[in-house]
Design a protein around this ligand. Structure first.
Ligand code: GRF
Length: 220
């Protein structure tokens, strides 16, 4: 039996990205197992999804700690206790500190609902609309000390359509998140991901089919 990478998922909300990863681990497309799901908020839907999937789930409430470092130290202890090798942030709404980064160097990944480096931070679908961007999308990246700044592993492009609201655009981006996040975990689990400076190399490369999008379209 092939060795399965032990992953720990940190979430704050509904956990639809967690679910996508649970499903792909279950169907065997990812050689990984979710060792633990941790939420910083007791009401996080992600905890319920983990329990339904018989995955160890815990709440570590940031409000119970005097500061970010102390909270992160508790996260690190729980992740280590579960034997986690890769930390997957899935809608985790806390800024992580050096305590986490030093404990899991280049072993923390995040998903962001925009085509980075455009629109880091919060409310990014609305930012894309306000800016008049023709394309948005989503990005899986390694986490470094900045806000949404780490080396990029995989991105998907999502066109902005006439009449889009933050809700409709977010829903279309989320569909793509559910495709690319499990894929990023799969590539890491297969040992195919190397980081050199800002560049992430995939070996073998998995080159996409070349199809160039324009928005609006060139005809019609
Ligand atoms: C996603 O849009 C993700 O990109 C962002 O937070 C949202 C989490 O959604 N970081 P879910 O909890 O995975 O459904």
């Amino acid at each position: 039996m092939t060795r399965r990478l032990r992953i720990g998922v940190l979430a704050s909300g509904g956990g639809s990205n967690l679910q996508a990863i649970i499903d792909r681990c279950r169907d065997g497309s990812i050689a990984a197992e979710i060792a633990v799901v941790i939420a910083n908020n007791p009401d996080a839907g992600a905890l319920e999804r983990a329990r339904c999937g018989a995955i160890p789930a815990r709440c570590i409430n940031h409000r119970d700690y005097p500061g970010r470092e102390a909270f992160d130290a508790a996260l690190v202890a729980a992740l280590r206790e579960a034997g986690v090798e890769l930390v997957v942030l899935a809608g985790f709404m806390r800024i992580i500190t050096r305590v986490m980064l030093d404990a899991f160097p280049q072993r923390i990944i995040n998903i962001h609902p925009a085509l980075l480096p455009a629109f880091p931070g919060l409310h990014v679908q609305q930012q894309a609309l306000d800016y008049g961007a023709r394309f948005s999308g989503c990005t899986v990246h390694f986490v470094d000390g900045g806000v949404d700044t780490g080396p990029i592993i995989i991105q998907a492009v999502v066109p902005v359509l006439p009449g889009d609201t933050a809700e409709t655009l977010s829903a279309r981006i989320l569909e793509q998140e559910h495709r690319i996040y499990p894929r990023a975990v799969q590539l890491i689990a297969e040992g195919r991901v190397q980081v050199a400076g800002r560049t992430v190399m995939i070996d073998p490369p998995a080159v996409p089919e070349l199809g160039y999008l324009t928005n609006p379209s060139l005809d019609g």
